[in-house]
Design a protein around this ligand. Sequence first.
Ligand SMILES: NC(=O)c1ccc[n+]([C@@H]2O[C@H](COP(=O)([O-])OP(=O)(O)OC[C@H]3O[C@@H](n4cnc5c(N)ncnc54)[C@H](O)[C@@H]3O)[C@@H](O)[C@H]2O)c1
Length: 427
Amino acid sequence: MAGLGMIFDETYRPFFERVHRQGLYRREFGLVEVPLTAVASRTGARADKFRREAGDRIGAFASFSGGDALPRLLGHGVDVVCVATPDDRHFDAALQALDAGKHVLIEKPSVLTLQELDRLCASAKRQAVLAKVVYHKLADPDHKKLRTHVADGVLKHVNNGYCSLLEPKQISSSQFAEWISGRNPGTYVALHYVKLIDFTFGEFATRRADASTLAGWRLARVSATGQRGLVGPADGRTWDSVQLQITYAYPDGREAAFDIHTSWVTPDNFPGYVEQEVQFRFDNGVWNAHQRKRGVEMTVEGHAPAELKITPNHHFNAMFLEPWGERSQRGYGIEVIERFFEEVAYVEFGGPGDQRAIRLEEMRALDYNDLSADRNTVAVAQALEAILSEHFQGRPGCVVDVNAVEGGLVLRQPGFKDAVVLYAAPV
Ligand SMILES: NC(=O)c1ccc[n+]([C@@H]2O[C@H](COP(=O)([O-])OP(=O)(O)OC[C@H]3O[C@@H](n4cnc5c(N)ncnc54)[C@H](O)[C@@H]3O)[C@@H](O)[C@H]2O)c1
């Protein structure tokens, strides 16, 4: 495990604690042990705290910190590496792990450029291991149902939509203080929705009435702007909030556009804590979802909203007293990590050794999490980072065209004739 921050605590830790107790089981591969054997973090302090607090809920593990933490972790006999370091530190860790022949799971956003993605995919292929990324929103039951309606043709032809995810100020001011400089909330969370849109609509967008498909729904353009001045200086490189627009083109020339608004400076006492909302409009319908308004509203004097949320999302990850007396922590945020380990177990133990390559290809073909299917999402990340960087340098309002004449990702500045090619090959 590389990185032991907030997301480790919410999803990986409960997963490792559960498999420590129960193992991982499926008929295809039998009982597989998934011990957490080693962790790498910047200072080692969070590993010490985790070890202290977890007690016998976890087995013994080695903790490495400092500049050479990852190579030491890789030398510690690990088979799988999960990368949950800050957004702009995924690539190095993932590449080292893949080059060492380990299966890799990376937190979203996988990486920030297509050049990096190409290198990771090439290494995974060379080493015959899985390289996957976590977008837990795809496992949210509401999003699964949305995709099911789209797949079944109940909702037809998406035209446009908006997504909004607002994080409290404490995220930017304390939780991420160490790495927030030069970063933006769009790359941090808008990509959840980019992936949701790309994955949910992409495969089915061009389906004809006879269920055959037309090639051609494609990412066409990316634009973005944002605000500064709260997390850092008004003319600095660190962003408070970001508004991103992505446009897809259908083969017949119709377009679909999506606006994704993100912030990490919402007041800490905002009842939602993390406020998430989406609306998608189709030729024949509208889908409207509010992630925290799923029915529960609760106030406890002196505890809400800081410690206990006023409108909690118990579906992502929550602690429960099960009806049968057991204390558990479950939700789709944990389920998606367990699913990755099942995929690894299936590759390694799901049948005869001489058929491993077939099982590997089967698991690689899963577009929801394979790195090779993350191209559009990474293209948007790269475009967004470039647009915000131009804005910082005094050139706001840039647009990135996807698969243009000049190249795969082409940045255009208003008033300038020459374009900048961010990525030459087709996206
Ligand atoms: N799936 C989700 O919804 C979700 C939610 C939150 C965060 N994330 C993602 O998870 C990643 C981590 O976010 P977080 O909220 O846990 O951040 P965090 O700041 O709480 O924790 C970061 C951790 O990484 C460690 N770290 C930093 N640099 C390192 C390095 N070079 N080598 C090894 N360890 C290093 C730190 O010591 C810390 O343990 C980010 O990519 C973020 O986008 C995903």
